[in-house]
Design a binder for this molecule. Sequence first.
Ligand code: NAD
Ligand code: TYD
Length: 350
Amino acid sequence: MKILVTGGAGFIGSNFLQLLVPRHPEHEFINVDKLTYAANLENLREVASLPNYRLEQVDIADGPAVDALFERHAPELVVHFAAESHVDRSILGPAEFVRTNIEGTFQLLEACRKHWKTQAGLFHHVSTDEVYGSLGATGLFTEETRYDPSSPYSASKASSDHLVRAYARTYGLRTRVTNCSNNYGPYQFPEKLIPLMILNCLERKPLPVYGKGENIRDWLYVGDHCEAIWQVIEAGKDGQTYNIGGHNEVKNLDVVHLLCSIVAEETGTPEAELRALIKFVQDRPGHDLRYAIDASKIQRELGWTPRETFDTGLRKTVRWYIQSADWVRQVRSGDYRKWLERNYGTRTSA
Ligand code: NAD
Ligand code: TYD
């Protein structure tokens, strides 16, 4: 089978390709990526030499380029990861989020509609639990929870989910949607909470916690997310949505404390020295309080369960960042330094 994987050079997409390209030599994987700041071809060094992998540098919002891609490869499956993915960036500049996440998804759906006249192809849309908005102290997001996005990022992902479902209902396109909770693991760009805190611990830089650190996220190891997506592709039902999460709700401040403790153990640094780096900074506008996923549908219908616990997954992740100094150096381009200045330079202490 020919599989177009969009955004395959980013965090989750590259973990997905690393897992599946070697495992499925019978399939051809075509990585369609614009190679934005969030992409890194180093992530794909091992799969790049395999005969069933190739890269196409294409912007998914460029309709004619996407159309030409479908002409060249005639894919039977699209796994759509490509997106602008960082909430804080969406607050400081929403335009790219509308362009890539909404317009880009639209162009892909249009290409599927045009090229899959026989309805043979399958469009798997990778989305987020952030489309559901914020939970209070209790309750869980189910597949039936009403959409109520808070940030330009989550609003753009919500729009893309709606477009995917509209193409299924209106044009009979075969689609599946997965909405997953916060991921962490190797190759995550160090603008997101966990890698940022690990690297700042390693470099004895301040650990910027938004507000009081009481917001809750439901963390899942990236490899578990990738396995879940593949199970939905292999055994899920068309037109269905599957929530993916690890029943692992943790307060931000507790995540930071855990990371301080693991980095302390792994590097022989006194934990108190790392905890002293915590700095409470101005909160994110519109900051969702709590995310928590009810993953019982995918567990019940497809038998998926996460393999990693938070402790094993975090330890693997910390070790990976300690061992990947070259990768870290590479992603910290001039653009990354400008981003830190833009996001944190203007945040006063809370
Ligand atoms: P990422 O930012 O690390 O990577 C995004 C990738 O998409 C990059 O390789 C980038 O170059 C590519 N891309 C961006 N704009 C593009 C365009 N116009 N055309 C082609 N390629 C483009 O993101 P991620 O964390 O790997 O997230 C992947 C997907 O998973 C996203 O759709 C995101 O909404 C979803 N998701 C992420 C999380 C999470 O915790 N990171 C959780 C649930 C769902
Ligand atoms: P993030 O990794 O940006 O993911 P998302 O916003 O998609 O959930 O942030 C995770 C949580 O950590 C979120 O509640 C915001 C918080 N946070 C901080 O406290 N400090 C930081 O420097 C960052 C990047 C995030």
